[in-house]
Ligand binder design. Structure first.
Ligand code: FES
Length: 124
């Protein structure tokens, strides 16, 4: 079977500054997931691994935004990330970044491109 090159969601299921949508990343193994959020109208996807310790950001599934909805937050030690870049602006991994995944949105579909995944994944 050909490995999957994209992961697709219906645009209507991705709400502004609301729950993120999680997905598996088979090329990176069973335990690693990704997520996509919508921020100021645009979709952003990242590998669901904090830049501090490689744990998932969301204790409550899909809960990636701070209460103010301005940043993504890691539930473990509270690192804050800029939603548009994944850059850590506050917390123990300040100055590091989440690993972004390329996203396009077309014809009411959010498409996450994972064909280059083995090249962009940072070894932790
Ligand atoms: S594991 Fe995310 S801030 Fe420490």
């Amino acid at each position: 079977m050909m490995p999957k090159k994209t992961i697709t969601f219906n645009s209507h299921d991705l709400h502004e500054k609301s729950s993120g949508l999680r997905f598996d990343l088979p090329p990176l193994g069973e335990l690693i997931t990704g997520f996509v959020v919508r921020y100021e109208g645009k979709a952003y996807a990242y590998i669901n691994q904090c830049a501090h310790v490689p744990v998932e950001l969301d204790w409550n599934e899909g809960d990636f935004f701070t209460a103010s909805k301005d940043y993504l937050i890691c539930a473990t030690h509270g690192a804050h990330y800029a939603p548009e870049t994944g850059y850590c602006v506050m917390g123990p991994c300040k100055g590091k970044s989440l690993q972004a995944l390329p996203v396009t949105e077309l014809n009411q579909q959010v498409i996450i491109h994972i064909d280059q995944l083995h090249k962009i994944h940072r070894k932790t």
